[in-house]
Design a protein around this ligand. Structure first.
Ligand SMILES: *[C@@H]1O[C@H](CO)[C@@H](O)[C@H](O)[C@H]1NC(C)=O
Ligand SMILES: *[C@@H]1O[C@H](CO)[C@@H](O)[C@H](O)[C@H]1NC(C)=O
Ligand SMILES: *[C@@H]1O[C@H](CO)[C@@H](O)[C@H](O)[C@H]1NC(C)=O
Length: 905
């Protein structure tokens, strides 16, 4: 955390000093779609293609035989005699690349200090304008497990995202887990896993390799149909490879399946047939389609930048995520209070309404740490103001929250009102003075329209001066009321117009030769013009990084103002986002299916290294029913970021508003969450320190069990706790696949059936099934209704024996709010080991003395018998439940910062 601020400043300043790597993308002519006309292929080049080997040569909507042949491609109706599963697919291409599709040929291949280098030259034109005739491939053997393959124009710098900052590695690892194969006779390259020769990536002689200024396309064969990631999308966790397109282009849109959403993460994780795993990042910020087809194969199609691939060899899926976040940034460690329950709504029209929702929650005994306000608190929906009539008393309210050990978070939009009377609204005047707004093609502040009364200017967070500007603005607001975090919304950036108040110029940036399959059909749809100018480059190139750069600047500024850990939740995200902030899944609906979709979203974000993730509990758009909200509160109690949020003009959705039954279940689920916060916090620390996952897909823990690969209705916290929410109305049981392991009920400690099968769990309406995995030690704490109060309570341990009677776990603890505690050693780390009916606690690091850490109780699951217990040698009271085989020691008073031993026999 401590490094965060310094790092961001350095990076942004460096970018400011030399905007290297940036490409002037403007072409002379408003290009257009004028395609080069190619010769039609010979018939024999088009035969013998199974459906799955067709690579789409005409992805646009207006395909025809003539247009297809003008691209030099084959036009054939798909073979309908193939398997049933293929027949249901809608878009098996009619138009596909022929054999020996003309294109690049190798000029030479040579060894380099970092690995291999090759040059290719195009013999014939492609159908897209502005081919790059000579391209170069650098394969850098960066480490044993990481290979970096860059394909670029050796004669001219093209756009490469400067953030997150990637290391320059110029020497080659001597031992690698991969082989990189490149041979003159086959265009492209191959990456294989050394120890079992599995081919992970193979572009040789495949599809149509095109490398033009605004269209880069490359296809590869894949070794498996188990592909995860490629976000941000609403999709099942294992992605469909049945002719599916995943488009990334950050966009303000209510999530639906397979459209581009708020964030861009062109990273996938693959499960190989051996149970080993690898990951691939396409480090590119331009608008992009990624296609998966049943071959299995993948096609990248991007409208700018370069091909910049990073391969991570795992071999376990958690290794892949560790290797990925090592490169793009480990998740940040949030403040402890941020793990409490958050309550928010668009439509708390007054402070009085805000307070009423809060007090009914508290009166119901429901834990609550942080109150939020949406736009409502602002004057005229303008940033850095508050409405002193409807929200009169806001500063005193926030002070009172702090006195009560609670926190407050306001919404902040990037858009700044551009039509206030001159001299009346400093956020605009200062922005103009400092020159920090995104500029239009003529160099004036770019004006669109978001929530503000008439028009909106957009701070350019890639400009180093934006850091000062944003700090000045947030400081001014902080002087008004002492907010604790920032909820940054609408930062795709969203715009209610397509382009500026006067539209967009006609040119090749605003209407490129190829447009990815974005919602709205144009890159400018509901955002800025592509030729808008930012400090780092054209909006065309940096669009997908807008929210990310706002996040970096906001987190940096918040930590400077508060001198504490920043808590930022951003809607828009990019590669490396989790290093700075959390994310919520945006404007989902209050429906049972939307609730179910939050789980694959949570799992995917975990793969992208975003640990602090949640969805609007009870749904944002539309009103939730009591039965839905009851189950959703139970599930949301296990989102790492747990916030109930709702839109205006529908029924209230705060948990107490539905009456006692929903309130009671919410209270129960949240008290369980609060009792487990030491475990959750330890997982967040481990993610920060080592890159492990907090929300963990089941198969990460059981990578050799293929039956676990598709599970996306349940998720784990770390390796020890399985959460199995009920996702259908009225059900009081839920079925989930349990891999072979020892699974115990969290509530009773009873051992369940041994797994390896779909298992039905009982789930009364007020209970979310939770299973503890044999081998885990979960650190806990007696809960309270705020984290501030809970932190004063005694700790507890839940210890679950594996078949050999062993278990391990750990507890990370610090003051929960200071910057850089881990980096500076201001923390305690205690490890727990169960073996041979003996539990030991070992403080492996003691650097935090802010509060005493007392262990009050221990529950051990899977104990065959116990007739006496000793704690550090002295006999101690206990209870033993011989039917569930649960040993309990209550009323202990054991210091966790000293080594201890507990034995039973
Ligand atoms: C390969 O070809 C490129 C382009 O013609 C040239 O610049 C480079 O020096 C050649 N490399 C080798 C090792 O021959
Ligand atoms: C478990 O149930 C799911 C959903 O019905 C099914 O797809 C899956 O094949 C089942 N798994 C096993 C191992 O039976
Ligand atoms: C044991 O400790 C846990 C966590 O500290 C707490 O939730 C629970 O109430 C305690 N149980 C008993 C029986 O003291």
């Amino acid at each position: 955390m401590f490094r965060l601020a310094a790092w961001a400043v350095v990076v942004l300043a460096a970018v400011g000093a030399s905007p290297g790597g940036r490409v002037e993308n403007v072409l002379e002519e408003p290009s257009g779609r004028a395609e080069n006309i190619l010769e039609a292929p010979r018939a024999d080049q088009c035969t013998g293609f199974a459906n799955s080997l067709r690579f789409d040569c005409y992805p646009e909507d207006d395909a025809s035989e003539e247009k297809c042949q003008n691209r030099g491609c084959c036009w054939r109706s798909p073979d309908t005699s193939s398997t049933a599963s293929e027949r249901v697919a809608l878009n098996i291409p009619y138009c596909f690349y022929p054999q020996n599709y003309g294109g690049y040929k190798f000029l030479n291949i040579s060894d380099a200090a970092f690995g291999k280098t090759a040059y290719l030259q195009r013999g014939t034109k492609s159908y897209i304008p502005n081919d790059i005739s000579i391209i170069r491939i650098d394969a850098k053997f960066e480490s044993q497990s990481r290979l970096h393959v860059r394909i670029y124009d050796p004669s001219k710098e093209r756009w490469i995202p400067p953030l997150p900052e990637m290391p320059q590695v110029d020497t080659k690892a001597t031992n690698t887990d991969y082989d990189f194969v490149i041979e003159e006779s086959k265009i492209g390259f191959k990456v294989s896993r050394k120890d079992d020769s599995e081919v992970l990536f193979n572009t040789q002689d495949l599809g149509g390799l095109i490398y033009a200024d605004q269209f880069i396309q490359m296809s590869t064969l894949l070794p498996t149909n188990y592909i995860y990631g490629l976000g941000e999308h609403r999709a099942h966790f294992p992605l469909s490879t049945t002719w599916q397109r995943f488009t990334t282009w950050n966009r303000d849109i209510a999530p639906s399946e397979y459209t581009n959403l708020y964030g861009t993460h062109p990273f996938y994780l693959a499960m190989e047939t051996s149970g080993k795993s690898h990951g691939v990042l396409m480090f590119n910020s331009n608008g992009m389609d990624v296609l998966l087809q049943p071959t299995p194969a993948l096609t990248y199609r991007t409208v700018g930048g370069i091909i910049d691939l990073y391969f991570f060899l795992g071999p376990s899926p958690s290794d892949v995520v560790k290797q990925y976040t090592e490169l793009v940034g480990r998740p940040f460690l949030p403040p402890y209070w941020g793990l409490g329950f958050h309550l928010c709504r668009y439509g708390y029209k007054t402070l009085t309404e805000t307070k009423a929702a809060m007090s009914r929650t508290q009166q119901a005994g429901i834990p609550l740490d942080t109150m939020w306000n949406d736009l409502d608190y602002m004057k005229d929906q303008n940033d850095f103001t508050y409405d002193t009539s409807t929200f009169a008393g806001l500063p005193e309210f926030v002070d009172q929250l702090h006195t009560d050990g609670m926190h407050y978070i306001p919404l902040i939009d990037p858009g700044i009102s551009a039509s206030e009377a001159s001299g009346t609204y400093p956020p605009y005047d200062r922005g103009v003075e400092l020159g920090v707004f995104v500029k239009d093609s003529a160099g004036k502040p770019f004006l669109g329209k978001v929530w503000n009364p008439q028009s909106t200017a957009f701070p350019d967070f890639t400009n180093p001066k934006a850091l000062d500007y944003w700090k000045e603005m947030l400081t001014t607001m902080y002087k008004l009321f002492k907010f604790d975090g920032a909820w940054i919304d609408m930062n795709e950036p969203a715009n209610f117009l397509d382009g500026s108040t006067t539209g967009c110029d006609k040119n090749s940036l605003n209407s490129p030769p190829y447009t990815p399959a974005v919602a709205g059909g144009a890159l400018i749809s509901r955002t800025l013009c592509m030729d808008a100018q930012q400090h780092m480059g054209k909006h065309y190139d940096v669009h997908n990084m807008y929210g990310f750069t706002e996040t970096i600047v906001t987190a940096t500024v918040l930590s400077e103002i508060r001198q504490k850990r920043p808590f930022v939740i951003s809607r828009s995200t990019f590669i490396g986002h989790g290093h700075y902030s959390g994310h919520w899944s945006g404007d989902i609906s209050s429906s049972w299916s939307d609730m179910a979709w939050t789980i694959p979203e949570l799992l995917s974000m975990s793969v992208f290294g975003v640990s602090l993730m949640g969805a609007d509990i009870c749904g944002f758009n539309g009103g939730a029913s009591a039965t839905l909200c009851q189950r959703w509160m139970e599930l949301g109690a296990f989102y790492p970021f747990s916030r109930n949020h709702n839109t205006k003009d529908v029924n209230a959705q705060d948990p107490a508003s539905f009456g006692t039954e929903v309130a009671e279940s919410s209270r129960k689920a949240l008290l369980t969450r609060y009792s487990l916060l030491p475990y959750l916090y330890t997982l967040l620390w481990a993610a920060h320190a080592e890159g492990s996952t907090v929300v963990t897909p089941l198969f990460f823990e059981f990578p050799s069990d293929k039956d676990s690969y598709a599970v996306d209705t349940a998720f784990m916290w770390g390796s020890g706790l399985l959460i199995v929410p009920v996702l259908t109305e009225g059900s009081t049981e839920v079925t989930v696949y349990l891999p072979k392991a020892q699974w115990y009920s969290f509530y009773t400690g009873a051992l369940l059936s041994p797994g390896g099968a779909n298992t039905t769990l009982s789930a009364p309406l007020d209970t979310i099934p939770l299973l503890v995995r044999g081998g885990a030690v979960l650190p806990m704490q007696t809960p309270a209704t705020t984290t501030t109060a809970a932190r004063k309570n005694k700790f507890g341990l839940m210890v679950a024996a594996d078949p050999s009677g062993a278990a391990t776990g750990s507890l990370y603890w610090d003051d929960g709010d200071t910057l850089g505690t881990y980096e500076q050693g201001a923390y305690n780390l205690i490890t727990f080991t169960l073996r041979d009916s003996q539990l030991t606690g070992t403080p492996t690091h003691t650097g935090y003395t802010g509060e005493s850490m007392v262990l009050g109780n221990i529950t051990v699951l899977g104990v065959s018998s116990a007739s006496s217990v000793s704690v550090n040698g002295a006999s101690a009271p206990f209870t033993f439940d011989s039917s569930n085989k649960v040993l309990k020691m209550d009323s202990l008073s054991v210091s966790l910062t000293d080594a201890f031993t507990i034995k039973w026999s």
